[in-house]
Ligand binder design. Structure first.
Ligand code: GDP
Length: 363
C-alpha cells in the first residue's frame, strides 16, 4: 500500500508526532503490523459518511480507510553527502510515495535547534537542498547512460525524449527547485523519468509544529503556507496531539472543543495525506459493517472490486452504484432504487469519490 515518509530536522517534534500517530490508532487491533514495525504507523482517515451509512444499513461497525506513515529518522544538513544516516535515510525515502516534512515553529529554550534559532524558511530549504542534491547525483549518473542510449538509438523517440526530460529536470534542480514544484512549469515529463525513482518528484506536504494560539493568527498561517505552496500545509501542536492520543474519544473531543477545534491535527494530517497520495474512497455497507475502501483516483469499477477481493475483479460483471448524497437524500437503498438513482455500471466505469457500491460477479 502507499505510504508517506515523515522527515524533518532533529528536535522539531517528529517523534512526538509519530508516537501520537501510532498510539492514537483505534485501528491497531485490525492492523497488527502497525505495532510490529516501530517506524510504521497506520492511521484511520476520518469519514463522517461512515456513521451515516451505518445508520441507514444498521451496520454493526464502521471501518475507515487508512494512511500509512513511515518515520524516517536522521536527515541532517549534509545527508546527501553521507552525513548522519546519509544514504540510508535517502533509501528509506525512496520507498515512500509522498514526503511529509515536519517544521518547527515552536519556541522553547529547553529544546535546542540544530541551527541555533527557529526559522521555518531555512529548515524547509535545508531539507529541500538535501533531497535536490541527492536527485542531482542520481541524474548525473543517469545522464551519461541516457545520452549513450539516445545516441545509439537515434530513431527511438522515447530514448530521445527521456534524455531531454532528464536534461530539463537537471536545470530545474540546479535552480534550487524540487521537481514536484518545478517540473510542470519547466515542461519536464516526469513520467519518462520514473525508472530513476527521483526523490523530489514525489508529492510533498508540510506539518508546522507550534502552538495553537500562534496559529490562530491568520497572517502567520498565510506566511507559513506561502513558504510551501502549492503543497498543502497542516498546523498542529505535536505535544497536544500526544496528549489527545492518551485520551478516550469523548475526552479528546471535549479537550479539542475547549480549544476551539473541531478536528485533531492528526485527523487533518490523515485526510490531507490521503489526498496527497492521489487516493480516494468508495463505500460499501451492510449489516456487518459500513466501510471505506481505498482506490487511486481514476480507478475503474473492476479495479475497485479487486481491492475487496481478487475474485471480485476476475469475475466482475457489473457494479450497482449510488452516490452517497443520492442515497442519503432517498433515505434507503430501496428508495434510491425506486427514485432511479441507482445505476448499473460496467467494466469501464471510473469510480467517483463516495460511490456506494455493490459488486456483481461470477465465482
Ligand atoms: P524529533 O527529534 O524531531 O523527533 O523531536 P522530538 O519529538 O523528540 O521533540 C524534541 C523535543 O521537543 C522534545 O522534548 C519534545 O517534547 C519537544 N516538543 C515537540 N513538539 C513540541 C511542541 O509543539 N512544543 C514544545 N514546546 N515542545 C515540543
Amino acid at each position: 500500500s502507499l505510504s508517506i515518509g515523515i522527515v524533518g530536522l532533529p528536535n522539531v517534534g517528529k517523534s512526538t508526532l509519530f508516537n501520537a500517530l501510532t498510539k492514537n490508532d483505534a485501528l491497531a487491533a485490525n492492523y497488527p503490523f502497525a505495532t510490529i514495525e516501530p517506524n510504521i504507523g497506520v492511521v484511520g482517515v476520518p469519514d463522517p459518511r461512515l456513521d451515516t451509512l451505518a445508520e441507514i444499513f444498521g451496520s454493526a461497525r464502521t471501518v475507515p480507510a487508512t494512511v500509512t506513515f513511515v518515520d524516517i529518522a536522521g536527515i541532517v544538513r549534509g545527508a546527501s553527502e553521507g552525513e548522519g544516516l546519509g544514504n540510508q535515510f535517502l533509501a528509506h525515502i525512496r520507498e515512500t510515495d509522498a514526503i511529509c516534512q515536519v517544521i518547527r515553529v515552536f519556541e522553547d529554550p529547553d529544546v535546542t535547534h540544530v541551527d541555533g534559532v527557529v526559522d521555518a524558511a531555512r529548515d524547509i530549504e535545508t531539507i529541500n537542498t538535501e533531497l535536490i542534491l541527492a536527485d542531482l547525483q542520481t541524474l548525473d549518473k543517469a545522464l551519461t547512460r541516457l545520452a549513450r542510449e539516445a545516441r545509439a538509438n537515434a530513431k527511438d523517440k522515447e530514448k530521445q525524449e527521456t534524455l531531454a526530460a532528464a536534461e530539463k529536470a537537471r536545470t530545474v534542480l540546479d535552480s534550487g527547485k524540487t521537481l514536484f514544484s518545478g517540473a510542470a512549469e519547466a515542461g519536464v515529463d516526469v513520467g519518462l523519468l520514473r525508472e530513476l525513482n527521483l526523490l523530489t518528484t514525489k508529492p510533498f506536504l508540510y506539518v508546522f509544529n507550534g502552538n495553537l494560539e500562534a496559529f490562530a493568527d491568520e497572517a502567520f498561517r498565510a506566511k507559513l503556507s506561502g513558504l510551501v505552496a502549492p503543497a498543502e500545509a497542516i498546523f498542529l501542536d505535536a505535544k497536544l496531539e500526544a496528549e489527545l492520543s492518551e485520551l478516550d474519544e469523548d475526552e479528546a473531543a471535549e479537550l479539542l472543543e475547549s480549544m476551539g477545534q473541531t478536528e485533531s491535527g492528526l485527523a487533518q494530517l490523515a485526510r490531507v495525506g490521503f489526498d496527497t497520495l492521489g487516493l480516494q474512497t468508495f463505500l460499501t455497507a451492510g449489516p456487518k459493517e459500513a466501510r471505506a475502501w481505498t482506490i487511486r483516483k481514476g480507478a475503474t469499477a473492476p479495479e475497485a472490486a479487486g481491492v475487496i477481493h481478487s475474485d471480485f475483479q476476475r469475475g466482475f460483471i457489473k457494479a450497482e452504484v449510488v452516490s452517497f448524497d443520492d442515497l442519503v437524500a432517498a433515505g434507503s437503498l430501496q428508495e434510491a432504487r425506486a427514485a432511479g438513482k441507482v445505476r448499473m455500471e460496467g467494466k469501464d466505469y471510473v469510480m467517483a469519490d463516495g460511490d456506494v457500491v455493490e459488486f456483481r460477479f461470477n465465482v
